[in-house]
Design a protein around this ligand. Structure first.
Ligand code: NAD
Ligand code: RM4
Length: 252
């Protein structure tokens, strides 16, 4: 119960890595707002947290729209009075070769992945600063922030932007005692890449390149997020932590 009674927001919390993070934060005692897109539901995850004795609500919000983000933050403050932890996790990756990426797709990826993290972080940080909360802002970035991809130019650019957004926020928010850190996962099997990983060659490539010998599961990402959400990381800010089974250490 390292996060007992803390108030946490997890964007994209209804499935995949965000779902695992929301459940873990709930198990650590946090009150969790499971933020989900319209058309999806965060109720299943919120219900599981409540069944485990915790507190959770589901809130819908498109993170690319400032008014919706503000309404989501207002809803959480109305429910619990404050916000201690924000986990920016909602993102999209429509795999497409560089030469074929339409302008609208480029824009959507940058709007959700990069502008969404900015909007959520700014709205939450304003509450933290106004209330004097020494909060924790965490970004789920990616090893794609540091390595290019033949079908991920838009996604890689958005994730590289997130890394520098986090460092810049760390500078601006450090004086308020708010920390800003990023976790950079390697390949984790979720809905975002299930079609790619259905190809046995792609699957074998990622597991063989990992010194730890396997593709990740969403739960592999939760410990590092709890670390950045807890007092164990009190003197970390602007940190970028790779969590990829060693893939990026291996040039082969
Ligand atoms: P996922 O597709 O299962 O989850 C993404 C979540 O974001 C979904 O719940 C989706 O509804 C939500 N979302 C998308 N657009 C949104 C919007 N406009 N507003 C609100 N919510 C929105 O994929 P995932 O793998 O769980 O991805 C979670 C995070 O992990 C992402 O930031 C992704 O870039 C990152 N990541 C994933 C991998 C991987 O291999 N799976 C690797 C590195 C980083
Ligand atoms: C990650 C990385 C993975 C891919 C996901 C969608 O950042 O590139 O390999 O599966 O994005």
């Amino acid at each position: 119960m390292r996060l007992k009674d803390k108030v946490a927001i997890v964007t994209g919390g209804s499935r995949g890595i965000g779902r695992a993070i929301a459940l873990r934060l709930g198990a650590e005692g946090a009150r969790v707002a499971v933020v989900h897109q319209r058309g999806t539901s965060g109720e299943e995850v919120a219900g599981l947290i409540r069944q485990g004795g915790g507190a959770a609500i589901a809130v819908h919000c498109d993170v690319a729209h400032g008014l919706q983000v503000q309404a989501m933050v207002d809803r959480v403050v109305a429910e619990w009075g404050t916000i201690d932890i924000l986990v920016n996790n909602a993102a999209i990756c429509p795999f497409k070769p560089f030469l074929d990426i339409p302008e609208a797709m480029w824009q959507e990826v940058l709007d959700v992945n990069l502008k969404g993290y900015f909007l959520c972080s700014q709205a939450v940080a304003r509450v933290m600063v106004a209330q004097g909360v020494k909060g924790r802002i965490i970004a789920v970035s990616s090893i794609s922030a540091e390595f290019g991809g033949s079908q991920q130019a838009h996604y890689c650019a958005s994730k590289a932007g997130i890394n520098l957004l986090i460092k810049s926020m760390a500078i601006s928010l450090g004086p308020y005692g708010i920390t800003c850190n990023a976790v950079l996962p390697g390949t984790v099997e979720t809905d975002i890449n299930r079609d790619q990983l259905a190809d046995p060659e792609v699957r074998a490539y990622w597991s063989q390149r990992a010194p730890l010998g396997r593709i990740g599961v969403p739960e592999d990402i939760t410990g590092p997020v709890v670390f950045f959400a807890s007092d164990d990381s009190a003197w970390c800010t602007g940190s970028l932590l790779i969590v990829d089974g060693g893939v990026s250490a291996n040039l082969q």
